[in-house]
Design a protein. Structure first.
Length: 461
């Protein structure tokens, strides 16, 4: 009952009820009075008009249903991508594509997900499909730029990525990641910092931004404390990062935090008991802490696993010198300098052992070699400093690549060479360097390719 009925007296309540019945009767009478003329008029309408009206209603209704259903499928995908919950997006996206194979937007998200998964072939396929379906060109342009950046087509990708970064267009995290990588590879460390920070904010659980910070800190010769802080942050997010664990231990040693370093080495060795490098690190900690017996044991364990391990040989040879075992020290250091002919510190240690053993002529020869190698390394440090000031100086970067390839650091040298080609794919001197390198490696295919690219680069436009 309404409030009015609740406050009415018993007689008033029945009167109200009677009044409502009268009103309903009058309304019903009006409807009945109008019904026959309405029916008569409808009967005069041609049947085909009714069919058209019905068909139109069905089409409109079906279109509305399709729109509603598409929104049902698309909404969770859009929401999941916006919040970087890609695993949650997979099944709704699959259903969306299955139900609406002609949706350009669905194919766009498919390409985006393939970028996250690092599946370049899937990215390319979905990109082409979205383009064929007429999806937004600017959005697809960014997807293509990310794809190009990963294929080392830096010149084509960078301008688009920069614009997308400034406008904060999606996929923002992938844009920031590729820009950070491009800037680091081309030694533009100042420009890399904002991209790294953007990526860190968007992907707080990813250790990669901290690994990038470590790379910058290493190039800038920052103190160990800076690297330690970033190593710890990376390991908090991904405890299984093996290189980061070893890197953290090494920086702790440099910072003379030996107890912490020992814990990190032991944690690493628990999972990698045959790693000679970690054994050497453990031995160095023991040596710095004055535990000679533990140090010797660790170095000998390393040599048992890897008899030619350079750092283990060096440490054991230094102990031999310390305890007057000069002949044994000379033997070890001779082996070491043959295995690592471009490390000035090994030649210097060998020269010291030879001098103590009374082999002065050989000691002078090794001292001269050590001095020459040290001068070359100092020159490379100056070249690297020059690159930091002018990242576009490709000739200086080429000088570093050439030096590394000529001094047994093939992996790093090839990395430097390919980074140059990422900046300038037609850089003739770099192609010539790689052609000569691959000829020495008896890799005729790659040698011919780089020779052809060098020849092509000499042809004027």
């Amino acid at each position: 009952m309404s409030p009015r009925e609740q406050t009415a007296e018993p007689g008033q309540s029945s009167a109200l009820h009677s009044g409502r019945l009268d009103r309903r009767s009058r309304v019903f009478g009006l409807i009945v009075s109008f019904w026959p003329p309405l029916v008569t008029r409808l009967r005069r309408v041609p049947r085909w008009v009714g069919v058209v009206v019905l068909a139109t209603s069905l089409v409109v209704g079906y279109a509305g249903y399709r729109s509603f259903r598409t929104e049902q499928l698309a909404a969770p995908v859009r929401r999941a991508f916006a919040e970087a919950r890609f695993e949650e997006a997979r099944e709704p996206l699959r259903q969306w594509i299955e139900a609406r194979p002609s949706s350009g937007e669905a194919q766009y998200y498919r390409a985006w997900l393939a970028l996250v998964d690092d599946r370049p072939n899937e990215t390319a396929t979905a990109f082409r499909r979205a383009a064929d379906l007429g999806y937004d060109r600017r959005s697809l342009e960014i997807i293509r730029a990310i794809y190009q950046a990963r294929a080392h087509q830096v010149q084509a990708a960078e301008p688009i990525l920069l614009k997308a970064f400034e406008e904060q267009r999606e996929p923002r995290a992938e844009v920031a990641r590729e820009l950070a990588r491009i800037f680091l590879e081309t030694y533009r460390l100042t420009q890399a910092a904002p991209a790294i920070e953007r990526y860190r904010e968007l992907r707080p659980a990813d250790p990669q931004p901290y690994l990038w910070r470590i790379e910058i800190a290493s190039r800038m010769s920052d103190p160990p404390a800076v690297l330690i802080r970033n190593y710890r942050a990376a390991l908090e997010r991904s405890p299984d990062l093996e290189k980061a664990r070893i890197g953290l231990a090494e920086q702790l040693v440099k910072d003379q935090r030996f107890d912490e370093a020992v814990r990190e080495y032991r944690r690493y060795l628990a999972d990698h008991p045959k790693d000679a490098g970690a054994m050497v690190g453990l031995g160095r900690c023991a040596l710095r802490q004055g535990n000679i017996e533990a140090a010797v044991r660790a170095f000998e364990d390393a040599l048992a696993v890897a008899p030619q391990h350079p750092e283990a040989l060096q440490e054991v040879a230094q102990l031999d010198i310390r305890f007057g075992r000069l002949d044994r020290a000379c033997q070890r250091l001779e082996t070491l300098t043959r295995a690592e002919p471009f490390r000035h510190e090994y030649h210097y240690a060998y020269a010291q052992a030879l001098k103590l053993a009374g082999r002065d002529a050989e000691a002078r020869r090794e001292s001269k070699t050590a001095a020459q190698l040290r001068d070359e390394e100092d020159r490379m440090l100056r070249v690297r400093s020059k690159i930091l000031l002018d990242p576009k100086d490709l000739n200086s970067r080429l000088e570093v690549a050439r030096w590394m390839l000529g001094h047994g650091q093939d992996r790093e040298g090839l990395k430097w060479a390919h980074e140059i080609l990422g900046t300038d794919p037609h850089h003739v001197p770099t192609h010539e360097l790689l052609a000569g390198y691959y000829e020495k490696q008896r890799n005729a295919g790659l040698a011919n390719y780089h020779r052809m690219m060098a020849d092509r680069g000499r042809i004027p436009d």
